[in-house]
Design a protein around this ligand. Structure first.
Ligand SMILES: [Zn+2]
Length: 312
């Protein structure tokens, strides 16, 4: 596959990224290199692949996948990876062309959403023709991504298929327990107060799973910024529903939500992790409980706890 590398590098060089949050590359040890795009996917691949793979996560904490452009270094990793896991459903909007090209060349490129039944996917209401990509908001739905990773890694190291399957089923049990916990916690908020207002529409699956009406000021992607009309509409909505708290997101600039809080009188209920996890090992403490938001379960628990605390 080495003939692909110059092509990939030149492809990515045309759209170089200025991101200052590029994660540390891990290479070597003779283990197969596996690439994951978002932090949520990287956490899953790390849990299932464990010590048997060399994992490279392209997007770091706080990085917005809608806007992420692959760097030349990313293209090199993608060019040598034995398997590539990405979200799909146009989440990685600016990487789509490169990922499609790699898939067309017969590379092991896996969209982790590929096994989700069409009926389980929400449509975007912004006129785009692809489903809402923020599927990890529903821990139960997110378990179907595990199957894709287990199979994909099994194809890379056939001798470890059983090991990956075992780790996958343990992870599935964890996610299902997390789902039950999130249901029980959300139920502590009276139904009429379960209104979740955030910067962009990243929480529609979360809202469907855990019983929240969700309002994202900016729509489904962060590519277009919120206009004055969106801000005014949200302020009116908050006043009419007497919403007590609204939320900023870790991967989206806070200005719009701060403006809305000021104009509406709602307080900012905390920072939610929408499209990226936090920094591994860095904990968030809410009501005496600490959460490692660098992991998917820690991130979801932190989000639910912030929301329950602010809206209850
Ligand atoms: Zn998003």
């Amino acid at each position: 596959m080495s003939f692909l590398r110059p092509l990939l590098v030149s492809l990515a060089a045309a759209s170089l990224c200025n991101c200052d949050k590029t994660p540390v590359q891990t290479q070597g040890g003779g283990k197969p290199l596996v690439v994951a795009t978002t932090t949520m996917i990287a956490d899953m691949v790390r849990e299932i692949g464990g010590e048997d793979i060399e994992l490279a996560a392209l997007m770091g904490p706080g990085v917005d996948p809608h806007l992420y452009k692959p760097s030349a270094e990313d293209a090199q990793k993608l060019g040598t990876a034995k398997a590539i896991f990405y979200n799909g459903l146009m989440l990685e909007g600016r990487m789509s062309e490169l990922l499609d090209r790699l898939a067309a060349q017969g590379r092991a490129v896996h969209a982790v959403t590929s096994k989700m039944p069409a009926a389980s996917l929400l449509q975007s209401d912004d006129g785009s023709h692809h489903p809402d990509p923020h599927v990890w908001g529903d821990a139960k739905l997110w378990t179907s991504a595990i199957e894709v990773v287990v199979e994909g890694l099994g194809a890379v190291i056939p001798g470890k298929k059983a090991v990956f399957a075992e780790r996958g089923s343990r992870l599935k049990a964890d996610y299902l327990a997390l789902h039950e916990w999130a249901l029980a916690e959300s139920a502590k908020i009276p139904a009429e107060r379960r209104i979740l207002i955030t910067s962009h529409d990243a929480f529609n699956y979360f809202g469907r799973a855990y019983g929240f009406q969700v309002v994202g000021v900016q729509g489904i992607s962060t590519v277009s910024e919120a206009g004055l009309a969106d801000v005014a509409k949200t302020v009116d909505f908050i006043k009419s529903k007497q919403v007590k708290a609204i939320f900023v997101e870790s991967s989206v600039p806070h200005a719009t939500i701060e403006r809305i809080a000021k104009d509406s009188g709602a307080k900012i209920g905390g920072e939610l992790f929408s499209d990226a996890l936090g920094t591994p090992g860095e904990t968030v403490v809410i009501d005496g409980q600490s959460y490692d938001c660098g992991t998917y379960p820690g991130m979801l628990r932190s989000n639910v706890s912030s929301i329950v605390k602010a809206l209850n």
